[in-house]
Design a protein around this ligand. Structure first.
Ligand SMILES: Cc1cc2nc3c(=O)[nH]c(=O)nc-3n(C[C@H](O)[C@H](O)[C@H](O)COP(=O)(O)OP(=O)(O)OC[C@H]3O[C@@H](n4cnc5c(N)ncnc54)[C@H](O)[C@@H]3O)c2cc1C
Length: 415
């Protein structure tokens, strides 16, 4: 595949852009692969990429029932940070954040990583204590965060109303190298790199069954025929429970719709990401100028990818308190995605009761930031059959053993 570079762009501009290759191939499924990954979201594509790059396993298919990146990967509000509380979480999220720093160069695809800084507002005494504790834990974990006072919050984000009306801003947990990236580009960049390594990305190919013999996976049934494999990775976010049922085991996952909305584009007014967990809303400004706003999850399990109207109302109300200027903005569109929630709000990267079958799920409301680190850890697990240091704590047996990795504060419903 031709490398993208400033010279290539200039050359193609001169010859009417006729020399570009397709970004990824559109192959017909082969009868057999060494490894199949179900789900061409960011996590599935990243797992495939690191299987090829780090472990030399390239006879791989990534099967996607819709279009690649059309699940939560293309529906999220793109916040990237690693200020979690527990050691295993800080390790995988920080690995991921650090991979984001050079992802555009690694993939030769501009993922528009923008480390503009993320602040999580403290609006109650309880949050002050919680965030100071996280900042101290992060210092021990080597994650660069700090607790800042309200004056510094106002300096970093002048459009915030510090004084109330319901909850004044008392401070914030600040991660200067957190930020955002372009979600579609992350999926497209990994897809292009996978295709370049000879892997098959097969879209419009729904997995409808998992075949097995003697306690081991032998392949999958799909809407485009049966495909055999030695190893299977299930990476389907909100549909993890459905795939687990096909493979014959249960997962402690609930599927909920999480929603977001964007405003009309306006001139640059905010160059950091702000999360306000008490009033519940978070916001950043996209490169196009739209205010990108994240809301909450529905209070009931579902697969609708739509969201509920009362959440829009609650989210906008919360943000108008924090940023009064948005009361004059028109909202352009709203959407939902099906997130996969575990009880301890931490992911599962694990072997399963079915030999050769591995699962990566439970990223819930906050897995975009984890895509590179999760892919790295999942690839290691699939290649070696054993979890490496990044994934070791995230096995599904922790729910039976009671070894929870409680991140309900760091994950909240926000990110
Ligand atoms: C509104 C919203 C806002 C969010 N904001 C943030 C944020 O700011 N920061 C953050 O870090 N995270 C955020 N998230 C969470 C993040 O988007 C997800 O955790 C992450 O994208 C999950 O990626 P994935 O690859 O696991 O899943 P997905 O991108 O959903 O990919 C799974 C794929 O599996 C496919 N699939 C399902 N069943 C089958 C089948 N039977 N056969 C074949 N394919 C199948 C689906 O079509 C889908 O494409 C947000 C999520 C939402 C919905």
């Amino acid at each position: 595949m031709k490398r993208y570079s400033v010279f290539a762009v200039a050359r193609e501009a001169l010859r009417h852009r006729l020399g570009w290759d397709r970004a990824w191939a559109d192959p017909v499924p082969k009868p057999r692969y060494d490894a199949i990954i179900v789900g061409a979201g960011g996590h599935g594509l990243a797992a495939a990429y690191y299987l090829g790059r780090n472990h030399g396993i390239r006879n791989v298919a990534i099967l996607e029932k819709g279009w690649l990146g059309g699940g939560n990967t293309g529906r999220n509000t793109t916040i990237i940070r690693s200020n979690y509380l527990q050691d295993p979480s800080a390790a995988i999220y920080e690995k991921s954040r650090s991979l984001y720093e050079t992802l555009s160069q690694d993939l030769n695809f501009n993922v528009m990583f923008s480390p503009r800084g993320v602040m999580m507002l403290a609006q109650t005494q309880h949050e002050i204590r919680g965030y100071k504790r996280t900042a101290q834990a992060n210092a021990l974990q080597g994650v660069d965060t700090e607790y800042i006072g309200p004056e510094r919050v106002k300096e970093l984000c002048p459009i915030i109303q510090i004084g109330g009306p319901r909850y004044p801003v008392l401070g914030a947990l600040w991660q200067a190298r957190g930020g955002t990236a372009r979600h579609d580009a992350v999926a497209w960049g990994y897809a292009r790199a996978c295709s370049d390594m000879g892997m098959d990305i097969i879209q419009q190919c729904e997995v409808t069954g998992v075949t097995q013999a003697d306690g081991r996976v032998t392949g999958v049934a799909t809407t485009r025929g049966d495909i055999a494999c030695d190893k299977l990775g299930i990476v389907v976010a909100g549909h993890s429970g459905v795939l687990a049922q096909m493979a014959g085991f249960r997962l402690p996952i609930e599927s909920l719709c999480l929603q977001a909305l964007v405003s009309e584009p306006i001139k640059p007014c905010m160059d950091v990401v702000v999360m306000a967990n008490t009033v519940h809303g978070y916001m950043s400004q996209s490169d196009k100028g739209e205010m990108v706003i994240g809301g909450g999850t529905d209070g009931f399990n579902n697969y609708t990818q739509r969201g509920s109207f009362h959440h829009i109302e609650e989210t906008v109300r919360a943000l108008v308190e924090t940023f009064p200027m948005i009361s004059r903005l028109k909202m352009l569109r709203q959407w939902g995605g099906i997130v996969d929630m575990t009880g301890d709000r931490s992911p599962i990267i694990s072997r399963t009761p079915l030999g050769g079958c591995f699962v990566n799920c439970g990223w819930g409301t906050g897995g975009f930031k984890a895509i590179p680190g999760s892919g790295w850890a999942m690839a290691e697990l699939m290649a070696k059959g054993e979890p490496g240091p990044l994934a070791a704590a995230f096995g599904m047996d922790r729910f039976r053993a009671g070894r929870f990795i409680d991140e309900s504060v760091a994950a909240g419903v926000a990110h």
